[in-house]
Structures are given as C-alpha cells and as structure tokens.
Design a protein around this ligand. Structure first.
Ligand SMILES: Cc1cc2nc3c(=O)[nH]c(=O)nc-3n(C[C@H](O)[C@H](O)[C@H](O)COP(=O)(O)OP(=O)(O)OC[C@H]3O[C@@H](n4cnc5c(N)ncnc54)[C@H](O)[C@@H]3O)c2cc1C
Length: 344
C-alpha cells in the first residue's frame, strides 16, 4: 500500500520506518526543510558552524520500549547520557543540584537532536518543504485509483491508499476540517479539537570564548524562564552557546509581541539567573513554538477512522502524554496495528 504520512516528527517517522520495513511504500510530507519536528536543531552563527537544539533539549525514558529505542540510538552514536540531575534556580538563588527532583538520566544528542529524525527517515520517501493544505477522500467509483488525495499548498497533489496525520492536534483538526467527508472524519475532529497547547518562546544565544559553565541545564522557577540548556556541554560549538526556554505564562502573554521585545526580555531574564555577563550575547535569536507542549491528552495510543475504505489515523505526542516518548509510542502502536490490518 502507499501510505502517506503528514509530519516528520518522531511520531510520523517512527510509524513510517516500521511500515516501510515491512514492505509498505511510505511517503512522508514535511512542511519545513528538516526532519524531527520539535526535536530540532538550528544551525547558527558565522558559516552556520554552531548547532543548537532549539526544541526539546533532552530526552528521558519511562517505559521499556522507549528505553530500547534510546539504547539503539546510543549504539549509533546519536544519543548519549547527559546528566541525571539538573541545577535549579529560584528566588533563593542558584543550586548546583535540584533540591527535590528525583534523579533520572537525561539523554542528549552530541550532533544535534535532528539526527534522530534523519536516521529514522532513511526508510521512507521523505519530501520536505511541502505543506499539506487539505485532504479529500475520493468517492467510490471515481477514476482515481487511491482513496486519499493530499492537496499541497503549492497546488500539487499526492494520492495515497492510507493516511496518517502526525502533526500537533490543533493542526490535525484544521486538516480534518478540510475534508468534505462525513461522520468518520468529523468524529476525529471532535476529539482533536479538545486538545490545547502551551506555546514556548526559545532564546538561542552565544557568548564568544567565555568559559563553559559546569552545569548542564538549569530548571528555573522564574517569572520568565523555565529552563536553560548549556548547549556547549553537549558539543564543542567553538563558543559558549546557551538556549533558554520561556515558561508557559510568559510565552502566552507575549504571543503577539514583536520578537525583538521578547528577545530583550528573555536576555534580561537570563542575566538575572546567570549574572550580568549574560545580558550581552554576541548573537541571539528567538523562535516561537506555537504548539510547544500539549496541555491535555487523549487516553489512547492513536485514533483511527472507522471508514475502512479510506484508512486514516492520527498519532503524536498528545496521545497519552506530551513528550518525545509518548510521540514515539503513539507512532509505534499505530504501525504495529496497521501491519496486522492493511495488506502490503
Ligand atoms: C521548546 C520545547 C521543549 C521541549 N522539551 C521537551 C523535553 O525536555 N522532553 C520531552 O520529552 N519533550 C519535550 N518537548 C516536547 C517534544 O519535543 C514533543 O512532544 C515531540 O517532539 C513531538 O513529536 P511529534 O512527532 O508528535 O510532533 P512534531 O515533532 O511537532 O512533528 C510534527 C511535524 O509535522 C509538521 N507539519 C505540521 N503541519 C504540517 C502540514 N500541514 N504539512 C506538512 N507538515 C506538517 C511539522 O512541521 C512537524 O515537523 C519539548 C518541546 C518544545 C517545543
């Protein structure tokens, strides 16, 4: 079968790899240039030599299946243990070790988080820089051979036998609404439309040849910041590079503010945590994650339409969590289910 997957995050690429390994023809459509979705790496600075993870800074494992996946990625040199406890900052100051958080290993990607997506994408036909603007089911009896048509925003189309939406719930809702089709698709829309997201502003900043601090990451109880990642403790960027993630309240309050104002506020906040030197980065950039982390979840590993003539399923982190692990498990569960259900 030709299976179309919208979204090259870890959920879409995990499902795609499993289905392709068993003989399905899998085409993954991704609107941005790279793979990995929110597991992403920005190339910055002069000659784009600097790599910073501006999405998820680290990965943690709870269950056995994801622990095995992380071990596989370690075997390939894509992931490495980073730290089992982050530092902490609040009104009382800086603490080397978080005073109350349980120790758990966090893994980082020495060559950038996007290497995970790059590795998974080797099994599929990956088409980047293409955005799906709408979906149509083909009426039975039509001359078209495949039941789904994906309409791209560049007006090209792609026909597939089965469709997986591996995008944040709000974006999945928008795509489902473009379908002319009835009840089975609408029923999925009703469920995805209940999911909300916290937005996240992310500040990437570099500080030249300043000494790299000992700490790996700082969990912040601060009115602006939630976490600061020491990217230079993951890889030698040639200069000290830090990434600060704003908390949900600040990001929501400033969602319509100009980026240069947000950049100023976040730089000032970073200097409150780290010291006045952090107020004058050599370069900095802000990224806005509109759909940063799901606030509520669907209590199932995936959703599927009941209309078997045009198979359609939704996967992603918002199924049973809001983490890299929940996205991986969602993609894996659906792929295992479709291997038993759909003919090759
Ligand atoms: C700043 C930040 C920090 C985070 N920190 C952590 C952390 O520490 N630990 C953790 O476990 N998780 C963290 N997360 C969450 C984690 O990154 C996500 O849960 C996970 O990566 C989501 O994977 P996914 O495959 O479900 O979706 P995504 O990674 O969002 O992938 C969806 C893909 O679909 C593409 N797309 C969307 N619409 C279309 C369309 N119409 N056509 C084509 N392509 C489309 C998008 O471009 C994207 O690449 C963080 C997230 C952010 C933003």
């Amino acid at each position: 079968m030709v299976i179309g997957i919208i979204g090259a995050g870890i959920a879409g690429l995990t499902a795609g790899k499993i289905l392709a390994q068993k003989g399905h023809e899998v085409i993954v459509i991704e609107k941005s240039r790279g793979f990995g979705g929110r597991l992403s790496t920005r190339y910055a600075g002069e000659d784009l030599k600097i790599k910073v993870d501006h999405g998820a800074p680290y990965i943690q494992c709870k269950g056995e299946e994801f622990t095995s996946f992380v071990a596989e990625m370690q075997g390939k040199g894509i992931l490495e243990p980073w730290t089992d406890s982050f530092s902490f900052f609040n009104d009382d100051g800086f603490f080397e070790q978080h005073p109350s958080r349980e120790k758990i290993m966090s893994y980082m990607a020495p060559n950038g988080m996007n290497k995970i997506g790059q590795d998974l994408s080797r099994w599929v036909d990956f088409r980047s820089g293409k955005q799906v603007g709408g979906i149509t089911t083909v009426a039975s009896g039509s001359r078209r051979k495949r039941p789904w048509i994906l309409n791209m925003t560049d007006i090209s189309v792609l026909e597939v036998d089965a469709l997986i939406m591996a995008v944040p719930a709000v974006q999945a809702s928008g795509l489902l609404q473009t379908s002319q089709d009835e009840t089975p698709v609408r029923a999925l829309h009703v469920k995805t439309s209940t999911i909300g997201y916290d937005s996240i502003f992310t500040l990437m900043a570099s500080f030249g040849d300043r000494e790299v601090p000992e700490w790996k990451g700082i969990a912040c109880d601060h009115e602006v910041l939630g976490f600061i990642s020491n990217e230079s403790s993951k890889r030698d960027n040639g200069e000290l590079t830090l990434v600060a993630h704003a908390n949900a309240n600040f990001s929501h309050r400033h969602r319509d503010s100009p980026k240069d104002i947000v950049e100023q506020l976040m730089t000032k906040a970073m200097s409150e945590v780290l010291g006045s030197w952090a107020e004058t980065p050599y370069w900095s950039q802000v990224h806005f994650w509109r759909y940063g982390r799901a606030k509520n979840f669907i209590d199932a590993p995936f959703l599927e339409s009941t209309y078997d003539e045009a198979p359609l399923a939704l996967i992603g982190d918002y199924f049973q969590g809001n983490s890299v692990e929940s996205a991986y498990i969602s993609g894996k569960r659906l792929a295992e289910h479709w291997l038993t259900k759909l003919p090759i």
